[in-house]
Design a protein around this ligand. Structure first.
Ligand SMILES: Cc1cc2nc3c(=O)[nH]c(=O)nc-3n(C[C@H](O)[C@H](O)[C@H](O)COP(=O)(O)OP(=O)(O)OC[C@H]3O[C@@H](n4cnc5c(N)ncnc54)[C@H](O)[C@@H]3O)c2cc1C
Length: 448
């Protein structure tokens, strides 16, 4: 317990930490915590939670700060800055990596690639923390084959809402393991994760294939996500002349550099426009860090620091060809034509294993992210975009779709109950057992 006083001692950086913890990447919701603590060990997190629980002091962890709607904030409570728990090491001779929950995915990639290895699924953006991404599930370009980033976890070390340190996995404390992966930080804070690794290819060949017919795009994306031609498949809708939208598939094949890849076999049967296709060889490291350049540009233009009323949805694939063009034609979505991006990611139902990751029924799914940037000096405009998110979400539900919790979307406890559906009772039971004081991660607003 001796460390606690050190955590709260004011320092020059303290005001800055409070300001940071009052905000997130969304820049829509702000709430000021009473304190920001930076524990140096899991034992110090145990101390904080053991102290906070009986006092009813709300606590949230903060990793990369990429939440969009205050999910990691805690008004008048305590934010635990996970940044010091960032050790990453590969276990010698094993295809396994152990990462502190505050490590960023860029740290994980660096350590794994140094051994010629990689996690089978990585988020596209590597600036989030290990803990933050595992609590939402984590999608990446290879999710159609291997599922969530969270599905690659072998073991977790967590601290529950009562301050108890527990190691959990499929074979050990399975109920808690399942309550933590994609569990929105409700039952425990993750302090360390053991991740499965696979050999990393030295090179990849990236194909960018352009479509002006949404139905042809959906059909090809579906075909590619159900055969083994490509290790990574994702897509985007892009603004086209005349107010319509074109689509692009980005498909990636591993490449040793020794044997030539057969482009005709890989893309010869697809319905894209062959005159505009782009083919490029990259090192695997360059590929997984591909968003670094975009981030640098958006930081320079200032867009990175603007409000981000993003919405991410999981849809039954059959809804995509009609629903996505209809949504993109809505008035409030027109800003996406100039400021933001529309991502479409094919997913396969059976590969998504974490029970708390909610998804539509069926095997053929698609993740839709409407990632728009708003003007900072127009809070009313931001409110309108959040309201538009609610309206799109309602329409999604009528199609059997669900939201993904890293969205700028107000959700009431009743909405969450509907969201979790038949998993709600298990989550509520785990909450009572592992966080009986109800102090953890209130920013989602799951409970009354
Ligand atoms: C630019 C950008 C790109 C993105 N790209 C992807 C992507 O490719 N794939 C994808 O799946 N998602 C993506 N996301 C969503 C992102 O992964 C999630 O929002 C994730 O939760 C962010 O992690 P973080 O460390 O930044 O979390 P924070 O904002 O720090 O926290 C997010 C939530 O996780 C909780 N949390 C953080 N650490 C812990 C912990 N150790 N234990 C328990 N709870 C914890 C927080 O309290 C909060 O509720 C992206 C988001 C942005 C803004």
């Amino acid at each position: 317990m001796t460390g606690i006083l050190e955590f709260v001692a004011p320092s020059d950086a303290f005001g800055e930490k409070l300001a940071q913890a009052s905000d997130d990447f969304g820049h829509i919701v702000t709430s000021r915590p009473m304190s920001v603590l930076t524990p140096r060990s899991p034992a110090e997190i145990q101390d904080i939670l053991a102290l906070a629980g009986p006092r009813g002091l709300p606590v949230s962890a903060r990793g990369g700060g990429y939440a969009l709607y205050g999910q990691g904030q805690v008004d008048g409570g305590c934010v635990i800055d996970m940044g010091a728990l960032n050790e990453v090491r590969c276990l010698p001779g094993e295809r396994v990596l152990v990462a502190g929950a505050g490590a960023l995915w860029s740290d994980v990639v660096r350590a794994a690639l140094a051994e010629g290895l990689t996690p089978p699924v990585l988020p596209d953006h590597l600036g989030g923390s290990v803990g933050g991404v595992l609590t939402t599930g984590g999608f990446g370009g290879s999710s159609h084959r291997y599922g969530l980033v969270a599905d690659q976890v072998r073991e977790l070390d967590v601290v529950t809402g009562t301050g108890e340190a527990v190691t959990c996995s499929h074979d050990r404390n399975r109920g808690l393991f399942h309550a933590v992966l994609a569990g929105l930080g409700q039952c425990a804070l993750i302090v360390r994760a053991t991740l499965r690794l696979v050999p990393a290819p030295p090179l990849v060949r990236r194909y960018r294939l352009y479509y002006d017919d949404p139905a042809a795009y959906v059909a090809d994306q579906r075909a590619l996500s159900h055969d083994d031609r490509f290790s990574h498949v994702s897509g985007q809708a892009r603004p086209a002349i005349g107010g319509s939208w074109d689509h692009v598939i980005e498909a990636v094949a591993p490449h040793s550099g020794r044997l030539a890849l057969d482009d005709a076999r890989l893309i010869g049967d697809l319905a894209h426009d062959p005159d505009t296709q782009e083919i490029e060889d990259l090192s695997y490291g360059e590929y997984v860090c591909r968003l670094d350049r975009d981030e640098r540009i958006l930081r320079v233009t200032g867009e990175w620091n603007r409000p981000h009323p993003w919405l991410t949805l999981l849809l039954p694939e059959e809804a995509v060809a009609s629903f996505v063009p209809a949504v993109l034609a809505d008035g409030p979505q027109q800003g996406l034509r100039t400021c933001g991006a529309v991502q479409l990611r094919p997913l396969t139902g059976a590969t998504l294993r974490a029970p708390l990751l909610r998804r539509p029924a069926g095997e053929h799914l698609c993740l839709l992210s409407l990632m728009r940037t708003a003007l900072p000096q127009d809070p009313e405009g931001v409110r309108r975009l959040v309201a538009a998110n609610q309206e799109v979400y309602e329409r999604t539900r009528t199609l059997g779709g669900v939201m993904h919790p890293s969205s700028a979307l107000p959700m009431s406890p009743d909405d969450w109950r509907v969201h979790f559906g038949d998993a709600f009772d298990a989550l509520a039971g785990a909450k009572v057992r592992y966080d009986p004081h109800g102090i953890l991660t209130r920013g989602y607003g799951l409970w009354r």
